[in-house]
Design a binder for this molecule. Structure first.
Ligand code: ADP
Ligand code: TRP
Length: 340
């Protein structure tokens, strides 16, 4: 009863991870990082945000890239306002308990469930269409990906998992694995739920499709101004000339809305309808973006040139995370009979 009461008073735990598989882009910022930082300002919520470097290992093949992308994501979180005194911020690879739990969970995970996981299934379908071996190019890291993700989540008894739509299946799998475990060994794990920002928050990329590293249509969040300007200039538009009316359902307007005040948006959209030229519209979009990004870019550059400070922040975060993970793993090992 006391435990139940205590649980009622405990803060809700929110956990999410981002893989260091490339440079952070505007889609990551608006779809994941910004809302997660907003959430961390709520005193009633206990936040754990981490860099999923072991997950990135399925696709990142060189030491240089792993290091580069890991610092890019770490510095991005910090530049965007993550406060390490409010959020437990760490690297997945600093938590060995995560891998130990991953192995335990493998033994409760039906292989068939992994066959149906979408990332693996997508590879198989692609291979079959190409007429090659169905498992060509698939490593065990990719195949077991959802089990490690379940360990990331369950190790901390996380309740709410903010993710993109494509990741909801993985959170469902984590929930299924938690249920198998609890049924066999007693109620150890909290059942997690995914939390998806409204679909309207899917940001479009340069070509009008969802902004994603895999489509090569991203606008990198932190680059120098010139590169940002060049990216904005690459936004695909049609051949309507200045003076011709333009509807406001275009990529430039969609991006402009994220950076400007409602009044500015109204004014901009009115001028688009009146025939503002694409070139001028892009200049205005760049100026608005840069206004928001500049102060964050300064912080980003600071952390990039003070990587040892970033290391210390992540080490401190790992200590806090392990203070939760170590007793939790001990409890799990006891539950399965490996320790007394
Ligand atoms: P990518 O598709 O570029 O590989 P990731 O899968 O690494 O991006 O995404 C990391 C986080 O950023 C996820 O939580 C995801 O939902 C969010 N995200 C990525 N792209 C977008 C987008 N275009 N709009 C909104 N959120 C996005
Ligand atoms: N798989 C997630 C992605 O690709 C990243 C991730 C790894 C994650 N472990 C997690 C997200 C745990 C939420 C919770 O975006």
């Amino acid at each position: 009863k006391v435990a139940l009461l205590l649980r009622g008073f405990m803060k809700e735990r929110v956990l999410t991870g981002i893989k260091p598989t490339g440079y952070a882009h505007l889609g990551n910022y608006f779809g994941a990082i910004k809302p997660a930082i907003e959430m961390s300002k709520d005193e009633g919520i206990d936040c754990l945000y981490f860099i999923a470097d072991y997950h990135a290992l399925t696709t990142v093949k060189t030491r240089e890239e792993m290091e580069e992308f890991t610092y890019n994501i770490a510095c991005t979180w910090l530049a965007c306002g993550l406060d390490p005194s409010k959020v437990i911020f760490y690297k997945q690879s600093d938590i060995p308990e995560d891998l130990e739990l991953g192995w335990i969970l493998c033994n409760l995970t039906p292989k068939g469930l992994m066959n149906r996981a979408h990332a693996y299934k997508a590879c198989v379908e692609k291979n079959e269409a190409a007429g090659v071996d169905r498992d060509a190019g698939v490593n065990m890291g990719l195949y077991n990906y959802p089990v490690l993700m379940a360990a990331d989540i369950l190790l901390f008894n996380s309740k709410r998992i903010p993710v993109g739509l494509d990741q909801t299946q993985h959170v469902e799998i984590a929930r299924d694995i938690a249920i198998y475990f609890n049924n066999r060994y007693g109620n150890i794990f909290t059942l997690p739920e995914s939390f998806v920002e409204k679909e309207t928050s899917i940001l479009v990329g340069l070509d009008g499709r969802k902004m994603s590293k895999s489509y090569g249509n991203t606008i990198q969040l932190f680059t120098d101004e010139k590169t940002l300007q060049k990216s904005v200039n690459r936004i695909v538009t049609d051949s309507r000339l200045p003076g011709e009316a333009k509807d406001t359902d275009n990529t430039i307007c969609k991006l402009y809305r994220l950076f400007a005040t409602p009044d500015e948006v109204q004014d901009f959209e009115r001028r688009m309808l009146e025939g503002l030229g694409w070139g001028d519209a892009k200049k205005e979009l760049f100026a608005k973006m840069n206004q928001t990004i500049s102060p964050m870019r300064e912080k980003f550059d600071y952390y990039q040139s003070h990587r040892d400070e970033v290391d210390v922040i992540l080490e401190e975060g790992a200590k806090k995370a392990r203070a939760i993970a170590t007793p939790m793993l001990a409890k799990i090992k006891k539950a399965i009979g490996i320790t007394r």
